[in-house]
Design a protein around this ligand. Structure first.
Ligand code: 6GU
Length: 225
């Protein structure tokens, strides 16, 4: 699977997408992530890509021309299953959406910045608008990283243990059960006996009960969905 990310801050995307599972998935060819600087499509001699909003509000707006030309260029290279604009007023990102995106071949992510992008981009060029939650970030770059991370870790061959994505929190609308590792006692704090019992049926039953109880206590609305 391939992500292309259009941004005015390409450096911001370097580190988050070059560690751990995401790095391994990229190294193994399971996922490709290509970051493009929107300024490369600016026609301004100072590589400017923003301008004042019509109507005279505060802040700057990303111009339609560089974004249009960037998207048109990328779309001439391959078909994109989705062209996603990251914005706080988009559809809320979820595990379900991550699962759906993980089945796609090519996704183009356009990172919003400043006061946002000229609305004609949203009307004519993007297929989807996605937010990662009800708070405002300085730009869409961190949101794009969140989306890439959540999707790439689901790809077959992307994780060491291929079954572990299935037991994530949210994958079945339940929070994950508690986990422990050695030592079995530290500071007098003991790991639940059942986990040391070697009885897999009992352990699974305990994990399912804990997952349900934690969900009921911490996120009861998930049980209604
Ligand atoms: Cl996708 N962008 C920005 N700028 N802020 C956000 C967001 C996206 N999702 C939540 N807050």
């Amino acid at each position: 699977m391939r992500f292309d990310i259009l941004t005015v801050l390409p450096d911001l995307l370097d580190s988050p997408l070059n560690h751990s599972i995401i790095k391994r998935a990229r190294d193994n060819g399971v996922a490709e992530v290509h970051v493009h600087d929107i300024r490369d499509w600016s026609v301004d001699k100072h590589r400017k890509v923003d301008d004042y909003p019509f109507g005279g509000d505060a802040g700057m707006v990303m111009q339609v021309q560089p974004v249009h030309d960037a998207i048109r260029f990328l779309c001439s290279q391959r078909h994109y299953d989705e062209i996603i604009y990251t914005s706080p007023d988009g559809e809320r990102f979820s595990q379900k959406m991550a699962n759906a995106f993980s089945l796609k071949e090519n996704i183009l992510l356009l990172c919003g910045h400043y006061k946002g992008v000229d609305h004609r981009v949203r009307e004519h060029l993007v297929t989807r608008e996605v937010s990662i939650g009800d708070y405002v970030l300085t730009g869409g770059e961190l949101a794009a990283c969140v989306i890439c991370d959540a999707v790439i870790r689901l790809l077959p061959g992307g994780m060491g243990d291929e079954t572990s994505a299935l037991t994530d929190s949210f994958q079945d609308n339940l929070l994950a059960p508690p986990v422990y590792t050695r030592p079995s006692e530290f500071n007098g704090w003991r790991v639940p006996d059942v986990l040391l019992s070697g009885n897999h049926a009992l352990i699974t039953e305990w994990q399912e009960r804990e997952a349900y109880e934690r969900t009921r206590r911490l996120r009861p609305e998930l049980l209604d969905e």
